[in-house]
Design a protein around this ligand. Structure first.
Ligand code: NAD
Length: 332
């Protein structure tokens, strides 16, 4: 298990973990880290936004099993389970705007089924919630006790409210059903295995830069984001999972940057000659985002370690190889 853990507490080492959404971006990194620690993992995924290719490197490992399953239908896993990491859900706006009803179903029914599994097995349950529960925040940076500023009937409501419902459900299961639930509020995370077409700013900018196309910055680009490299996030999630804390706990990198600066850095890191263009700002796009990570530091001794420069270089390298491989595939 990771080197970070709750100061003063004995971290619990799970033996058998279910990761819903295990073939997605974050899920696949969690599976990789757990299997690396020789923990048995059952990954459940319907491959709606993820792909078995993300966990292809684990398929021959006896510690790993990948099962095709839509968690909105049912969740059944034979045998003991001592941790459920519930990560199934579209996460990119491009995805959840394309499948809004399915997004609400996975946030509600999917979370309900995953909680049912944790209850049956007596397992710890960790919900992948999101900074989107803060909506377009009026408090900055966002601490966990801020209730948020969300438009339930705006286009992003399907994701934000699905996650808010999931938090309420996890809390009810903790208080009334005796399940050891915990909530992590994840802020924008980036790294290898993000799909180049998933619509999120960093993979989009990298794809555009590598192809010599203009980088499309929304609005005037002065809106801010705080982006965390995936390895840091995974360490934080596993450290939190090893506690019995209910959360919610913010996990993210508090270094705040404008979206324009992110685009400029991508141009530099790729050595591209692309120009930066502006496009219309999406509806309800948050103006600013920065986690208050005081609780994560105090509770888990956790803080991000990977610099933006290093994380960006590693992501660019992966995207370069991925684009080259898909170009080969197209040509074959
Ligand atoms: P992703 O789209 O790459 O992964 C989601 C995975 O869930 C995919 O493999 C998808 O196929 C699977 N899935 C979706 N619906 C399913 C269903 N009904 N049954 C089974 N599997 C299903 O997204 P991600 O970036 O890896 O996000 C993972 C989780 O983390 C999500 O819950 C997301 O809300 C949360 N999160 C991510 C970020 C981020 O920056 N990446 C930020 C905040 C929260």
């Amino acid at each position: 298990m990771p080197h970070v853990h709750a100061p003063g507490a004995t971290p619990r080492r799970p033996r058998r973990v279910v990761v819903t959404g295990g073939a997605g971006f974050l899920g696949s990194h969690l599976c990789t880290a757990l299997v690396g620690h020789r923990v048995e993992v059952v990954a459940l995924d319907d491959f709606s936004t993820g792909t078995p290719a993300n966990v292809a490197h684990l398929l021959d490992d006896p510690c790993f099993r990948l099962v095709r399953c839509d968690v909105t239908d049912f969740v059944h896993v034979p045998g003991p389970v001592d941790l459920v990491l519930h990560f199934a859900s579209p996460a990119s706006p491009a995805d959840y705007l394309r499948i809004p009803v399915q997004t609400l179903k996975v946030g509600s029914l999917g979370t309900w089924h995953a909680l049912g599994l944790a209850k049956d097995k007596g397992a710890r349950f960790v919900l992948a919630s999101t900074s989107e529960v803060y909506g377009d925040p009026q408090v900055h940076p966002q601490p966990e006790h801020y209730w948020g500023h969300v438009n339930p009937i705006g286009p992003r409501g399907v994701y934000d409210e699905g996650k808010r419902f999931g938090e309420a459900l996890a809390t009810a299961y903790r208080e009334h059903e005796g399940v050891d639930t915990g909530i992590v509020r994840i802020f924008n995370t980036y790294g290898p295995r993000m799909r180049p077409h998933d619509g999120r700013a960093i993979p989009t900018f990298i794809r555009q830069a590598l192809r010599g196309e203009p980088l499309t910055v929304a609005g005037d680009g002065s809106q801010t984001r705080s982006v965390c490299f995936v390895d840091d996030l995974v360490a934080g999630i596993l450290a939190f999972a090893a506690t019995t804390h209910p959360g919610p706990v913010n996990l993210g990198n508090p270094d705040e940057m404008t979206v324009r600066r992110i685009a400029e850095d991508v141009v530099r890191a790729t050595g591209s000659s692309s120009v930066i263009e502006t496009v219309e700002l999406p509806v309800d796009d948050p103006r600013m985002r920065r986690p208050d990570t005081t609780l994560a530091e105090r509770l888990l001794g956790w803080r991000p370690r990977v610099t933006w420069r290093e994380g960006l270089a590693r992501t660019v390298e992966w995207c370069r190889q991925d684009l080259a491989a898909s170009a080969d595939g197209e040509g074959a």
